[in-house]
Write a protein that binds this ligand. Sequence first.
Ligand code: ATP
Ligand code: MG
Ligand code: FE
Length: 336
Amino acid sequence: VYILAIESSCDETAAAVVKNGREVLSNVISSQIALHTLYGGVVPEIASRKHIEKINQVIEAALLEAGMSLKDMDAIGVTYGPGLVGALLVGVAEAKALAYGAKKPLVGVHHIEGHISANFIEHPDLLPPFLCLIVSGGHTHLVIVKDYGEFEILGRTRDDAAGEAFDKVARAVGLGYPGGPKIDKAAKEGNPNAIKFPRAKVDGNIYDFSFSGLKSAVLNHINHANMMGEEIHVPDLTASFQNAVVDVLVSHTIEAAKEHGFQKIAIAGGVASNSALREEMKKACNKAGFTFYYPSPIYCTDNAAMIGAAAYYEYINGARAGLDLNAIPNLKLGER
Ligand code: ATP
Ligand code: MG
Ligand code: FE
């Protein structure tokens, strides 16, 4: 089964051809990062317009790279939520037009299901059920992947997403957008124990996360230093912040795996490419005797290959979208 997958939920215009959900024949990504850097974050209106400009050539490139044409596809998969509504609509409209024109089945894909499915691409041995930590720009979810397309959310962030915290802290120390990769790099030169930042405790669900307190602590630290006329040591500060985030992510995940009896742990989303998170999760999994799965960085941040992987399992389960498929900016995981 060959799927042409399209992703345009945020600031990446992407298309891919994926065979049987696990084999990537092409993965084309046109990133708008340079465009949005100027504004310190994604500007929705600019994102939509850029998607419109790029989407046709990105799809053509994906088919060309796979050495296939639209008529060779068995279905077209597209992200229809969650994300920026104007951005999503470009991909959805394009996918509907292609499906109608080429008389191909259409499959609507949840963006976060896509992030999770990125793990299937390089790990043929990874089958549900398993536990997955999703850490992206807009989500921080600890999820039981019960089966393909079947999820139980154990915990989620109460406030900022992990990636959002990275981006905000990066902005505060002048590293610019997107902050995650810049903090990752700066932190390599720093001492992760230099500054004691709080590990957020939340009432109620022990698997929930909170990052706004940590973010405030970092901002307070910076303001205090500025007031005292002290230099901020960016490597130490970023390493200490990153350490606090990673600490909470890893401990929650390991505790949940033990409590719910999972031996297989996966991570997904842009922050899953963070080197400290990968390192610490690997260590913790080794210690606990768990198998740890993580996608290559290119499959962690937004891409269409992961959408093709998710679309395949939806497709073989019989999921079909009509030509009335609409963008749903706040689509919940597991909803249709
Ligand atoms: P969502 O998937 O929740 O809709 P999104 O698509 O914008 O949000 P992703 O593309 O999955 O998010 O990830 C982008 C986020 O990942 C950004 O917040 C970015 O800073 C963060 N990120 C990317 N690389 C790293 C890294 N090496 N370390 C930490 N964070 C990172
Ligand atoms: Mg992005
Ligand atoms: Fe994403």
